[in-house]
Write a protein that binds this ligand. Structure first.
Ligand SMILES: O=C(O)CCC(=O)C(=O)O
Ligand SMILES: [Fe+2]
Length: 284
């Protein structure tokens, strides 16, 4: 039998997600986002994607290849859609992140929330591990540093570029090894599903062989609180965007400092920012 990912439902509970994640490095959660939130978020993303260019402004050929020449990407999702925060603070996703990341840090925060809208004609992305962002962290005996989910905002099919995944590759002894074609599967799933995956599993965007369909994917990842996230959260989501949000959402978006549970008094990511009420901002 070829490579495949397991599928679970939120009602199966966090233990079912963790078991599949431990075995395969990735797991599809069906009906992850409720239909009303999905509809509102998709409408906001379609509006933002309109008129946006494909590709990247970077001069680096490596970045251009990774980014995709026919793919639209953008971040600042909490700023662009009020519906984003419900997904960011989803109780099941946070329970999985607690189990995977809290053994290695007092807290974690958003790494990035990024739309990955793969357009017609896009080639498949290089297979990679997201923990590559942090040098020396991506190794077989390394700690879990990041947890990601690729949410299907539109239906993910093989033709439209569903994420390619190599189940079990997080458990390989040698991370330099390349996957053989029969070890690769695709996270085909209906809109509203999400594929949760560890930073140590090989994966990459799929090729879009359609002539006129765009794959709306939303990558949302968390990273240990003592590592620098990919996205500069507070620069993209000003205080006026987050002041009415819960402390959890503020922390995930980088508006609270890291290490607050650490009894030795250490703090990371502090600032003395006068527009933020004392006790609520980064100094808390
Ligand atoms: O678009 C996808 O399905 C995955 C993209 C990805 O893994 C990345 O850009 O890091
Ligand atoms: Fe990735």
């Amino acid at each position: 039998m070829g490579a495949r990912l397991q599928q679970v439902h939120p009602s199966d509970g966090v233990e079912a997600v963790l078991a599949a994640l431990a075995a395969d490095g990735g797991v599809i959660v069906r009906d992850f986002v409720d239909p009303a939130t999905l509809q509102r978020f998709r409408d906001d993303m379609v509006a933002h994607a309109m008129g946006r260019p494909v590709g990247t402004v970077s001069d680096s050929v490596a970045v251009q290849r990774f980014w995709g020449g026919s793919t639209k990407r953008f971040t600042r999702l909490a700023h662009r859609s009020p519906s984003f925060v419900a997904i960011l603070t989803d109780p099941l996703y946070l329970a999985v992140a607690d189990a995977v990341l809290l053994p290695h840090a007092d807290d974690y925060w958003m790494n990035t929330g990024q739309m990955m809208i793969i357009g017609p004609g896009e080639r498949s992305q290089v297979l990679h591990r997201d923990a590559d962002n942090w040098p020396n962290m991506n190794r077989p005996d390394g700690p879990e540093v990041t947890l990601s989910c690729m949410f299907a905002i539109s239906d993910f099919t093989a033709e439209v570029g569903a994420t390619r995944v190599v189940p079990g590759s997080h458990r390989w002894d040698d991370y330099r090894r390349r996957a053989t074609p029969d070890e690769v599967t695709q996270a085909a799933m209906p809109a509203g599903s999400g594929m949760i995956y560890t930073g140590r599993v090989l994966h990459g965007g799929g090729a879009n062989s359609t002539v006129d369909e765009w794959r709306y994917g939303m990558h949302l990842s968390y990273v240990l609180g003592w590592l620098t996230p990919e996205e500069a959260g507070p620069l993209g989501t000003p205080w006026s965007d987050v002041e009415h949000l819960s402390p959890t959402a503020q922390r995930l978006l980088g508006w609270r400092c890291s290490g607050v549970n650490d009894r030795d008094g250490a703090r990371l990511w502090t600032v003395d920012y006068e527009d933020v009420p004392t006790g609520l901002g980064l100094i808390d």
